[in-house]
Design a protein around this ligand. Structure first.
Ligand code: BGC
Length: 757
């Protein structure tokens, strides 16, 4: 009796404690509830301070001061995101405060710039673009996400998808170059890689951040942070499409850019952040400011003080304030003063909460991924493949490459980038470690050292040095070598944020070094590792062969050695136009024709007769001292075989605006080696209501063929993709004639015409 009574009491107690507890589990904590419902439920429970806290992002300090500042801030719900936490113990410790000690247990969003790899460093994004392989870009992003999430990072500030037409701008390194279509394809691939496709809630996914929104790459004079003057028509035609592509791929966050376009800093540009991004495109994630860019409205001189800057940025559509703490400091009083509405704050909080729910942070706030994923053999192999496919053969006179092993038995390796462990990783590597880099010299010694005598002489200590003695030593070492490989380029620090150059020539004594090596008469192969297309015309003329690899990352050495030795054939193509001289910038292939296009018959300064009259030169659009042609056009790259394009055919001559053009042509490997060709399809609108581009890339593919092999290559191109943005800002296909070309780059190939009715 007593026992049964005890049972009853215990049972009742259990009911009392479990039932209410169960029924009180707030909706936002229920993993199976719809995300929108969870967001609204949580929002409804938050007080104003907690809401403002979610809009606050700070960079962590890994010291006692950091703990003292951030621990209580997190516990009070005063922080939505922390950046630069990059070890699992700190990530879990900080997350535990947020999840277990703050009133509502909202997890932190831990962010980091994971741009082209976390530990295993891939080629810089511009180099990845040179592969014309979305698969390489997707895999690179996926691997970066797996490695970064092992340290607690769940949000990357990538992909950077700013169109850049001026190589002086140091951040050209971080993007995919000048072409909106190529950049859009890569943006899609990178977003899917970071966010793990549809499995964005898995513990190894990172939320992607499409940046920098927008037109940042059009900085006047190629000087970073400078003003831009891109019309809305041009924004829609050229600069916005990659961002739309990132959004369509599921990018959960966007970053506002630093620049003021047409007088309006992006951080307070309502037209861009609200009218286009949210209302027109339906974005429901959140926008983060760039670092301190809310505060920077004051030096931009569009806000008198920080409070005014906060009002402008929040109401324009910047949801999270990166690093400057201005939202945290001012929003409360601004709401009380009626200058900011709670609705605006709720809008911002919603996007942030939605992202946290979608990432699965409420269910899995702590680090799950194993540390051993870092530098996993499969990651290194993928980075090597990326470096291999990104290398561009620009010149190969007399087929000096690949080296003929019967003739090249002793090889001189020289130049400041031949053994540049740190510099070959490129810009924006916060977590890459040079100890893991495999340089060109390492690779030759490790892979080919048994069959080849390798002599190494650095030539120059780093690319900026100019030391006659080290140069002389390299030249002397060339005396009994059968061939020379000279690796030149730029230090990583010469490109990237805030690192712009007015002169695109090789820095330091590198040009002299190449000249002196040339004078030895030995076969000379020049490798260039750089963050941008450099104006290397003079040095390329001196070299027998040139391979451009941008900064190739951790595994650049073996990739390049394999190419030089013929284990693989080059397949990269220029993702940007290479200027012949800095003064040609901005330069890009998809420019308008002008009313006076250059004909190619123009005279240069040396050919002008004395006392020539004012109109003698004919007045076309070119430079007297540099012509109108670039050093290498967009899409250009050679390989160890030759390819022929033939039998271009379209399925019709005329198409409806909603039709699809079926394009086919034959590609033949006419040389003696197996290789991959990046085939490219361009169209041009021959007459339009506004000046159209002379050519626009519409499709590309990598096609691998054995010697003598032919393949019919086919593309389907919806006519809707030929739309042009009119002066009324509406994008539409304009009826009329178009030309269509397939070929190896933006200037050559087989051409045909069709019309749209
Ligand atoms: C850069 C961003 C970067 C951010 C955070 C800024 O200076 O412009 O691209 O994501 O810093 O490090």
């Amino acid at each position: 009796m007593v026992t049964s009574h005890r049972f009853i009491v215990t049972g009742l107690l259990a009911l009392v404690f479990t039932l209410p507890l169960h029924s009180k589990t707030p909706l936002y904590k229920k993993a199976d509830a719809p995300v929108d419902a969870r967001v609204e439920d949580l929002l409804g429970r938050m007080n104003l301070d907690e809401k403002i806290g979610q809009l606050n992002q700070r960079a962590y300090w890994h010291n006692d001061e950091g703990r003292k500042l951030f621990d209580p801030m997190i516990e009070a719900g005063g922080l939505g995101s922390l950046m630069n936490v990059n070890d699992p113990a700190s990530a879990d410790r900080l997350q535990r405060i947020a999840v277990e000690k703050s009133r509502l247990g909202i997890p932190l969003l831990i962010a980091r710039d994971v741009i082209h790899g976390y530990k295993t460093i891939f080629p810089i994004p511009l180099g990845q673009a040179a592969t014309f392989s979305p698969e390489i870009a997707r895999e690179g992003a996926r691997i970066a996400a797996v490695e970064a999430s092992s340290d607690g990072v769940r949000w990357t500030f990538a992909p950077m998808i700013d169109i850049a037409r001026d190589a002086r701008w140091g951040r050209i390194a971080e993007g995919c170059g000048e072409d909106p279509y190529l950049t859009s394809v890569m943006a899609d691939a990178m977003v899917r890689g970071f966010q793990n496709g549809d499995s964005v809630g898995s513990p190894t996914s990172l939320a992607a951040c499409a940046k920098h929104f927008v037109a940042y790459g059009a900085a006047e004079g190629g000087r970073d942070y400078n003003a831009t003057g891109v019309s809305e028509r041009e924004l829609r035609q050229t600069y916005l499409p990659p961002f739309k592509s990132a959004l369509d791929a599921g990018a959960m966050t966007f970053m506002a850019s630093f620049n003021a376009n047409d007088g309006v800093p992006s951080s307070c540009n309502k037209r861009i952040l609200t009218d286009i991004l949210r209302k027109e495109w339906g974005f429901d994630g959140f926008v983060v400011s760039d670092c301190f860019s809310v505060r920077e409205l004051v030096p931009h001189r569009v806000a008198a003080n920080e409070a005014e800057a906060a009002v402008k940025c929040l109401t324009a559509g910047v949801d999270m304030d990166m690093e400057d703490g201005i939202y945290a400091a001012h929003l409360d009083s601004l709401v009380k003063a009626g200058l900011v509405s709670v609705d605006d704050i709720d809008r911002a909080v919603r996007g942030i909460l939605r992202t946290k729910f979608m990432l699965g942070l409420f269910e899995n706030p702590y680090v799950v991924t194993q540390q051993s994923v870092k530098y996993a053999p499969s990651h290194l192999a993928a980075a090597r493949r990326a470096a291999l496919e990104s290398a561009i053969l620009l010149k190969n006179d007399g087929d000096v490459l690949p080296f003929d092993r019967t003739k090249v038995r002793k090889l001189l390796i020289t130049g400041p980038m031949a053994d540049a462990r740190y510099n070959q990783l490129g810009t924006w590597i916060f977590d890459g470690e040079k100890e893991h880099t495999v340089t060109l010299l390492d690779a030759f010694r490790d892979i080919y050292g048994d069959s080849l005598e390798i002599v190494y002489s650095p030539g120059l200590g780093n690319p900026r040095k100019s030391d006659p003695e080290t140069m002389a030593a390299a030249v002397a070492a060339a005396a009994d070598a059968d061939a020379i490989v000279v690796a030149v380029g730029e230090d990583a620090i010469l490109s990237g944020e805030g690192h712009c150059m007015a002169d695109l020539g090789l820095v330091g004594g590198q040009s002299q070094l190449v000249g002196q090596l040339k004078a030895t008469g030995k076969p000379l192969v020049m490798i260039v590792m750089a963050g941008r297309p450099l104006a290397i015309g003079r040095e390329a003329d001196m070299a027998d062969a040139v391979i451009y690899s941008f900064h190739p990352g951790t595994m650049g050495g073996p990739a390049l050695a394999d190419l030089l030795m013929g284990r693989e054939s080059p397949s990269g193509k220029t993702p940007v136009t290479f200027p012949s001289t800095s003064g040609q910038c901005p330069i890009y292939y998809n420019h308008a024709n002008t009313g006076r296009p250059a004909t190619g018959a123009e005279l240069g300064i040396a050919d002008i007769p004395d006392d020539a009259g004012n109109t003698f030169l004919g007045c076309t659009s070119y430079y007297l001292d540099a012509g109108h042609k670039p050093l290498y056009p967009f899409g250009y790259g050679l390989t160890y075989t030759t390819f022929a394009y033939s039998d271009l055919a379209l399925d019709k001559e005329q198409y409806a605006p909603d039709g699809t053009i079926h394009v086919s042509f034959t590609l033949t490997n006419t040389g003696k080696r197996e290789a991959t060709e990046v085939v490219q399809l361009y169209t041009a609108d021959l007459v339009a209501s506004v000046t159209p581009s002379v050519a626009d890339l519409r499709r590309f593919d990598r096609v691998r063929l054995a010697p003598g092999e032919s393949r019919r290559v086919e593309f389907d191109l919806p006519v809707s993709e030929l739309a042009i943005v009119g002066s009324d800002l509406v994008s539409r296909v304009e009826p009329g004639e178009f030309s269509l070309r397939v070929g190896p780059d933006s200037t050559r190939g087989c051409e045909t015409k069709f019309s749209v009715k």
